[in-house]
Structures are given as C-alpha cells and as structure tokens.
Ligand binder design. Structure first.
Ligand code: UD1
Length: 445
C-alpha cells in the first residue's frame, strides 16, 4: 500500500483563511451530513491495535483527520486514501510500527492525538506521546487516561513534556472514571481490548462515538459489551484482526445545519444523519418554537415561526452537547426573551460571545453562564474565529446578520467541518472563502 495525502486543505494561503458571508437568505433544500470526525479519530487510532488492514468508510475530509493520518504515518503506518467515489475511504495498515511516538508538533494541533496512547502501549508495549498542554477552551488534562492505564498495569513516566507508558502486557482491571471523559473512555477501551483478562469500566462516556468505536473493535475480534452505557465490560483478547467499518454520521455537523435552518427561517432537509443522536437538541428546538420532523436518517427543519428564548445546560451525552453550545447561542440572540446558557463541560468556552456582541448581540457572561437577551438585530462585522465550534457559531450569526460579515481564522472550522461553505451554498447561503474562485452564479457574496 502506498502513502498519500490527497485532498490537501489550503494551509498557508492568507486569503483562504477568511469567509465572507452576506446574511438574509433563508436556507432551503437538502444538505448532507458527513461522517463524524469524533468517531473517525478513535477509529483510526484503533488501527494501531492490529497488523492487518483496517478499512474505514465515511471518513470526513477535515483537517483533524489529515493530522491523524500524518500522526499514524510518522509511526510507520501505511495509509491509503480512496479516490473518486471512494474518496471518503481510508485504509490503514499498521504492520510495522517503527516508532510508537506522537510528537509535540502534531499533538499540539490536535488534542485527540492522545487517543494513540492506549492502543500503542497495548500493541507495542510502549508509547511516547507528547502532553497536549492547554487549549483555547480550557486546561483539558489527560490525567484520567494516565490513571486508567496505570490501573491496567502500565508504568507511566512524564518527562520533557512527554508521557512515556510501558507494559509487558496490560492486565484487565476495574476502572471507575472520576469524571466522564469521552476520549479517556475510548483510549482505555482500546487498551483493554488487548489486555489479559477482564476489564470493567464504570462512569464511562455514553456518546454514540464510543459505541461506534466498540462496534469497530468487536468487528476486529474484541469482546466488548455495554459501550454506549456507563458500564463497559471488555474481555481482553491476544490479537485483533483487520476489519471494514462505516463511521456514523456527524451529529454535531447535523446540529449546526439544523440550527442554521431554524435561525434563517428556512426549510431544510438535513440528510444522512441519525435523528436519535440529536434528541436533546430536537427537544430544545420544540421549546424554542421550531418545527421539525424526521425519518430514520434525515431531519426536516421548518423555521418560519418566531423563536422563543429557552435555557440550555450542556451535559455529557445524552444531554445537550457542549459542541453545540456556541451554535445555540447564535440562535438565542434571535429568540424573543432571555436565554441562560450554562456551560458545564469546559471552563472557558464562551469566546464566541464577544464576537457575537461585536455583531450586535446582547450577551453577558457570568462565570459558566451566558445570559443572552433577544431579539437583537445583528449586523455584519469583521470577526475572529477562536476555536472550531465558535467558528460555526459565527457562521450562523452571519447568515442572519444585515450586510457582510468577514470571519477570520476559519482554519479552525476546517478542522471539523467538511466543505461547509460549499454545503451551505447548496441550500442558498451567500458564503465564500476569500480567494476561492466560484462560478459567477454561485458566488453570491
Ligand atoms: C471530546 C470531544 C470534544 C467534546 C468533548 C466533550 C473528541 C475527539 N472530542 O473531547 O469534541 O467537546 O469530548 O463532549 O471526541 N478531563 C479531565 N481529565 C482527563 C480528561 C478529561 O479532567 O483526563 C475533563 C476535561 O477537562 C473536561 C471534561 O473532563 O472538562 C470532559 O472532557 P473529555 O470528555 O475528555 O473531552 P475530550 O474527550 O477531550
């Protein structure tokens, strides 16, 4: 298998890093959801657990995925990308893992790189992974990954900004997470799959992405039960084999489009999603006065009613996702009344608020609470994207703002949204990337 990095996203082009959006168009038509970035990342890390090829379908073409391909390739993995109709397929083969290391250069751009820690120590008996350090939305430590691996018998040394883990063979254990962690659950799930004996993990994250990872691991020969609930039982096996797996749809991308439809007073069909994964949002939208209907794999949003304010508290799944908090805030600016948005998962995840205020929103931050008073007319402005979901929130706000908004640093959005500008244009939004060459009719903005 050859090594290739196709579908390169623009990296250094200054202009390409800005969106120009003209607000006012209701979104109409069908918009399709890509595969879940947060399910694809652990699935790619899972390929480290076997020397046979793992074929992953429905991999989104976003920058975090490219970073993971680079990370795995640097360790010796063979990475093959599909082309044409198979462009969302990635095949990974970790026959020879020459260097079970994740360098600071890659880890610093994507915290989820720590997902390789568990699989590497389980498969190679050692791992050296850079500590991720802080990030824009909070401290985000990995102490629970480390504590869990120690329970499985790994020896951990932290030195020069790296975590070094070693173990002859991991041993099954009882693990109770002090706090619910998504990638922590996934990291230990992968490690325990190859451990000797049984592992029981409690207080696990119940996110659909955890269940999707367990599905893949079971296809690879693992014996995991209970993923998607708070208790997961893993009977360790000696070896895992190759498998083929289709990644679940991205519920956060779907939520972003649903909110865009509601906010613009549009009528859109969000296709290729799993409505069951979006229960908390759909229930909230009912309170807000947005009508939705759904089939097994699509959601129609009819956003022509006035929006009513409604409070939101972010929680672990199945609660309201922290990854949709910023986008919901954009909607709340256009609802009649006061919405209190409480962020329970991360301590510093309101950076979009000050940019929304620059566009005319009335938002006050008090610790973990944002008090949003609506309905405030928004007007286009030059704004700065500070992180992935904050960028999405600014895009949504710009879609209803008067005039033109220029969003800078949209490299953040490229980390997790596949071709968002093209998808939104497909339902009538006037959005373009500066420097992008468009056919005259589509250019809009
Ligand atoms: C994952 C998601 C991210 C989402 C987040 C919460 C991926 C790749 N990313 O991130 O999009 O916003 O879940 O739904 O799936 N914590 C500790 N110690 C640890 C680990 C976590 O204290 O060892 C804390 C974190 O600081 C945070 C909370 O636990 O306050 C939840 O974090 P966690 O679920 O681990 O988030 P991620 O898995 O990094």
């Amino acid at each position: 298998m050859g090594l290739a990095f196709a579908h390169a996203l623009p990296e250094d082009d200054f202009d390409m890093d800005k969106f120009v959006i003209r607000g006012g168009n209701p979104l109409l038509g069908t918009i399709r959801v890509s595969g879940a970035k947060n399910a694809a990342l652990p699935a790619m890390a899972a390929a480290l657990l076997t020397d046979e090829p793992v074929i992953l379908e429905n991999i989104p073409q976003v920058r975090d995925i490219e970073t993971t391909r680079k990370l795995l390739a640097a360790m010796g993995a063979e990475v093959e990308l599909g082309y044409g109709r198979a462009q969302h397929r990635t095949t990974l083969c970790c026959r020879n893992l020459a260097s079970p290391e994740a360098s600071y250069e890659l880890v610093k751009t994507m915290r989820a790189s720590t997902l390789v820690l568990g699989p590497l120590v389980a498969r190679c008996g050692r791992a050296r992974v850079s500590l991720p350090g802080g990030c824009a939305i909070g401290a985000r430590p990995i102490d629970l990954h480390i504590k869990g691996l120690e329970s499985l018998g790994a020896t951990i040394v932290q030195d020069h900004g790296y975590v070094e883990a070693s173990a002859k063979r991991l041993k099954g254990a009882e693990i109770v997470f002090d706090k619910i962690t998504v990638t922590g659950t996934e990291d230990l799930l992968m490690a325990a799959a190859l451990a000797e004996g049984e592992t029981v993990m409690q207080n696990c994250a119940r996110e659909p992405e955890v269940a999707d990872l367990a599905d893949l691991l079971n296809k690879m020969g693992a014996r995991i039960e209970g993923a998607g609930t708070s208790t997961i039982r893993i009977k360790g096996v000696e070896k895992l084999h190759g498998a083929k797996h289709r990644i679940i749809p991205d519920r956060i991308e779907a939520a972003t489009f649903i909110l865009a439809g509601a906010l613009t007073g549009g009528d859109i069909n969000v296709a290729g999603c799993d409505p069951h994964h979006l229960d908390a949002l759909l229930q909230k939208l009912k309170e807000v006065g947005v009508k939705t209907t759904h089939t097994k794999e699509s959601i129609r949003v009819m956003g022509d009613n006035p929006l009513k304010a409604s409070d939101v508290v972010t929680e672990e799944y199945p609660g309201f996702p922290t990854d949709v908090q910023a986008q919901y805030m954009a909607l709340a600016t256009q609802a009649d009344g006061t919405s209190i948005i409480t962020e329970n998962i991360f301590e510093n995840r309101f950076m979009h608020a000050q940019e929304l205020v620059r566009m005319g929103a009335n938002i006050k931050i008090e610790g973990r609470r944002a008090i949003v008073r609506g309905k405030a007319p928004l007007s286009g402005a030059a704004v700065l994207a500070s992180d992935l979901r904050a960028s999405a929130s600014l895009v949504l706000a710009a879609l209803v703002a008067d005039g033109e908004t220029i969003i800078d640093r949209v490299y953040h959005i490229d980390r997790g949204y596949e071709n968002i500008e093209e998808k939104l244009r497909g339902v009538g939004a006037q959005i373009r990337r500066l420097g992008e060459i468009l056919p005259k009719k589509a250019a809009g903005a």
